[in-house]
Design a protein around this ligand. Structure first.
Ligand SMILES: Nc1nc2c(ncn2[C@@H]2O[C@H](COP(=O)(O)OP(=O)(O)OP(=O)(O)O)[C@@H](O)[C@H]2O)c(=O)[nH]1
Ligand SMILES: [Mg+2]
Length: 522
């Protein structure tokens, strides 16, 4: 910055993340009372600045460039660094300018990455059974009115609000610091979400899916493509288990996700309805070899939190978003569950879920980090292109729930801003990776046919959902020749239009009309 630019910056005055300070000294400003106030102020500035703030020093509050001595300057920087340490930040930049025989400076303070545990929970369940409301009521800590008040927070598209149906995935976050839960007044507020990420030592991200049948593809994308740790199946106690409830349960289990079941709307259901719903949940679970476990007390939470992650024991809670019955227990359970996807040691990989063009930032790729860590300025491979190539891109910055972070780790939902590629060259399902992956047009898999009116054979063309890939695929080889519902066997699959990255062990779902199956890449 030249002096003119400095003058312009100062005459613009203090903004969200710019603070003027004439001079700070150790004796007064590092005493505990003053320091606390300054730390609090710095935190607000850093959060407002998306992880970084600038202190203009040697300048009065009113913006007069006074200039301070070298000793004063150095002491001020030292005091700022001490205050920064209190809020898990540090001084990362320092520029000096000669003014009036003294010094004026720009001191940059940035938040330092901290390791908070980040748990991802995906909702599933029949339309209108209360998924969005449950998530809204959890993250806000408020109750619902039974008429859609809370879910408004998560349903943001105009047609969602007017019809009361969710049509796309929504994301919500809340967290806990020490023993206190950090709620949001409005889960859509970017500053509030950023604050949760900045403050929490345990973060819960919800991926809220949709129950309406025509949007099954989106529901599957929410469950298959996001590296979830747990699935939260919502069943309205008055309406009971439906074919969609069963279908969603099947998808959660096919993805090896441990399931938690919330029996919602117990405030409006009759005792008979609740009993009946509970019985059919028990049946559905027994059919798939799972053991229901009703959570009624904090002791039950204690018992089930160690068992639930293995996926066999399924905690069931009775909840009402109107009376908040069951919410304390559900919250205790959620916050005591361990992270399941722990692949931070592997080289970085992320399947692309969404692609944005952000003004002033460029191309932003969002997704859930599958493995490894990502930091700004590193060079990564993105692809494959239609021809099977990988393009080198450079990471500009990383955001998590609107908060700028210095590092993203396995399991984080992030937006990664990259340079080196144009948005129209990118499609959902591509991979961003540290090491150059291999593109595959065909792969072998073990498949199981769940539903099919007749039988499948070579030439069968379902849509596959694998990680974030959602694409037409053709069965080009089948060991058994033909397969019917309930049968499993080896198949060779070929992506119809372009290659992707697939790896042994990955689970997938495929569908075509009423037919459906699951599989594992060999
Ligand atoms: N009385 C009562 N009403 C509830 C409860 N939970 C949700 N509701 C109401 O049920 C309706 C549907 O809730 P949503 O949260 O939109 O349902 P959803 O499962 O997200 O629906 P889709 O996203 O469209 O699949 C809303 O009007 C809520 O106010 C509850 O515990 N008690
Ligand atoms: Mg919804």
């Amino acid at each position: 910055m030249n002096k003119l630019e400095l003058e312009a910056l100062i005459s613009a005055g203090e903004t969200d993340n710019i603070e003027f300070k004439e001079f700070l000294n150790r004796e007064t400003h590092l005493n505990s009372r003053r320091m606390e106030t300054l730390a609090c102020q710095m935190k607000h500035r850093v959060i407002a600045g998306n992880g970084s703030a600038v202190y203009v020093i040697g300048v009065t509050d009113a913006g007069n460039m006074k200039g301070i001595s070298r000793e004063e300057f150095d002491e001020t920087v030292l005091v700022l660094d001490n205050i920064a340490a209190e809020i898990e930040a540090k001084v990362t930049g320092r520029e000096e300018y000669q003014v009036n025989g003294g010094l004026v400076g720009l001191i940059t303070v940035e938040s330092t990455p901290k390791s908070s545990e980040h748990i991802l929970i995906g909702t599933a369940g029949h339309v209108d059974h209360g998924k969005s409301t449950l998530v809204g009521a959890l993250v806000t800590g408020k109750s619902d009115d039974g008429a859609g008040r809370t879910r408004i927070f998560l349903d943001v598209l105009p047609h969602e609000i007017s019809r009361g149906l969710s049509a796309d995935l929504s994301y919500a976050v809340y967290g806990r610091k020490g023993d206190s839960v950090i709620h949001l007044k409005n889960p859509l507020n970017k500053k509030e979400s950023a604050n949760v990420v900045a403050e929490s030592d345990k973060i819960i991200s919800f991926v809220d899916t949709v129950g309406h049948e025509p949007w099954l593809r989106t529901t599957i994308r929410g469950i298959v493509g996001q590296k979830l740790d747990y699935g939260l199946l919502v069943v309205a106690s008055d309406d009971g288990v439906t074919h969609i409830t069963k279908e969603h349960l099947g998808i959660l289990l096919a993805m090896d996700l441990p399931v938690i079941i919330a029996l919602t709307k117990v405030d409006v259901a009759t005792p008979e309805q609740i009993k009946k719903t509970e019985a059919s949940i028990h049946n559905s679970l027994k059919l798939v070899g799972r053991v229901p476990f009703r959570v009624k007390t904090p002791d039950d939470v204690f018992i089930v939190r160690d068992k639930a992650p293995e996926g066999i024991v399924v905690p069931i809670l009775h909840t009402s978003s109107v009376t908040r019955e069951g919410y304390d227990l559900l919250e205790q359970l959620i916050f005591s569950l361990p992270k399941r996807n722990l692949l931070s040691k592997e080289p970085f990989q992320m399947y692309i879920d969404r692609i944005y063009q952000v003004e002033g930032v460029g191309v932003v790729l969002s997704g859930t980090i599958k493995q490894g860590e990502v930091v700004p300025n590193e060079t990564l491979f993105l692809g494959p292109t239609k021809e099977g190539a990988f393009v080198k891109v450079k990471v500009q910055s990383i955001e998590m729930h609107h908060y700028r972070v210095n590092k993203g780790v396995a399991g984080d939902i992030v937006g990664v801003a990259v340079k080196g590629i144009r948005p129209h060259e990118i499609v959902r399902g591509m991979m961003l990776a540290k090491n150059k992956p291999e593109a595959a047009r065909e792969f072998d898999a073990e498949i199981l046919i769940l539903n099919h009116p007749t039988r499948i054979g070579i030439g069968y063309e379902p849509v596959i959902h694998l990680e974030t890939i959602c694409e037409a695929i053709e069965v080009v080889g089948l060991d058994a020749g033909y397969m019917m519902a309930g049968q499993h066997g080896k198949a060779r699959m070929r992506f119809k239009f372009r290659p992707y990255v697939v790896e042994p062990g990955q689970k997938f779902i495929f569908r075509e009309g009423k037919s459906k199956g699951v599989g594992r890449v060999l």
